[in-house]
Design a protein around this ligand. Structure first.
Ligand code: CP
Length: 300
């Protein structure tokens, strides 16, 4: 059984294999998953992850059963536990794509499921398939991952995409990471411990200025309003790092700007036409990577 729970579980060989399959799907794909069913169980809102997984499954000839607001539209609203829901749904589908607001929920689901569970985001925990498509984007746009310098900017405390991608980057050579955030939104100690163990060079700063001219990848993130218990805390951090064209002009010639999306106001829309802005392409690459992942898990 191939559960996808956290990004650390992929080694470089598995990543290369997956990305090669994703490259192939750019041109043609056939229908290798005809007769297979994917259940998408989303307890939190999503546009990209749910639609790209569903589109991926349909493009591969499979079928989809789905609930987009599981808290309201599934029997969770009557008090059913996640475990019971998963036990039941795993009898109806060949793979379950789960997004949930609690960290560790995908792991819990995988323990009771009869079919593979794919973590589509578990609270502030991880979002491994986002990290896969982020890495794929870097590889496609820069032609390499080894040796890059990347700045993670914004809400590094709650951002699960940052966590998952940092874990994956730990598997590459000579990567440098700049964690740029306000003091109250710093990246977790678990990530730093992991990077220390894997010999990855990183720095933490509140100041974007010295970093902007140096990086190959500027990975901007949204301040995650929904994760703050006190709305006043969110207001304190809102708008803390905003990219506009003036800032973009200072970046290295071949650098790129990424964002997992959705964006609120942290990237001015004037940046969208810059050749450095790859965040919409990044979302499109997500389709190819998720097709590859579903084929790897379900294909014979
Ligand atoms: N990047 C991402 O996970 O987007 P959604 O929340 O729209 O799925």
């Amino acid at each position: 059984m191939n559960h996808v729970i956290e990004s650390q579980q992929f080694d470089r060989k598995a990543l290369e294999k997956l990305f090669k399959v994703a490259d192939g799907f750019e041109k043609k794909h056939g229908i290798p998953l005809r007769g297979k069913i994917m259940a998408s169980l989303f307890y939190e809102p999503s546009t990209r992850t749910r639609f790209s997984f569903e589109s991926a499954m349909l493009r591969l000839g499979g079928s989809v059963i789905t609930t987009e607001n599981a808290k309201e539209f599934s029997s969770v609203s009557k008090g059913e536990t996640l475990e019971d829901s998963i036990r039941v749904v795993s009898g109806y589908a060949d793979v379950i794509v789960l997004r949930h607001d609690e960290e560790g929920s995908a792991k819990r689901a995988s323990i009771v499921s009869d079919v593979p569970v794919i973590n589509a985001g578990d609270g502030s925990g991880q979002h491994p398939t986002q990290a896969l498509l982020d890495l794929y984007t870097i590889r496609r746009e820069l032609g390499k991952v080894d040796g890059i310098r990347i700045a993670f900017v914004g809400d590094l405390k709650h951002g699960r995409t940052i966590r998952s991608l940092a874990y994956l980057l730990g598997k590459f050579k000579k990567v440098k990471i700049d964690f740029v955030s306000p003091k109250g939104l710093r990246v977790g100690a678990d990530i730093k411990e992991y990077l220390d163990r894997h010999g990855v060079y990183y720095e933490e700063t509140e100041n974007l200025d010295p970093v902007i001219t140096e990086v190959d990848v500027f990975y901007q993130t949204r301040i995650q309003k929904e994760r703050f218990k006190n709305p006043k805390e969110y207001t304190k951090f809102k708008g803390c790092y905003r990219i506009d064209l003036a800032l973009v002009k200072r970046m290295k010639r071949k650098s790129i700007i990424m964002h997992p999306l959705p964006r609120v106001d942290e990237i001015a829309t004037e940046v969208d036409t810059s050749t450095k802005a790859v965040y919409f392409k990044q979302a499109r690459y997500g389709l190819l990577v998720r097709m590859a992942l579903l084929k790897e898990i379900l294909g014979s």
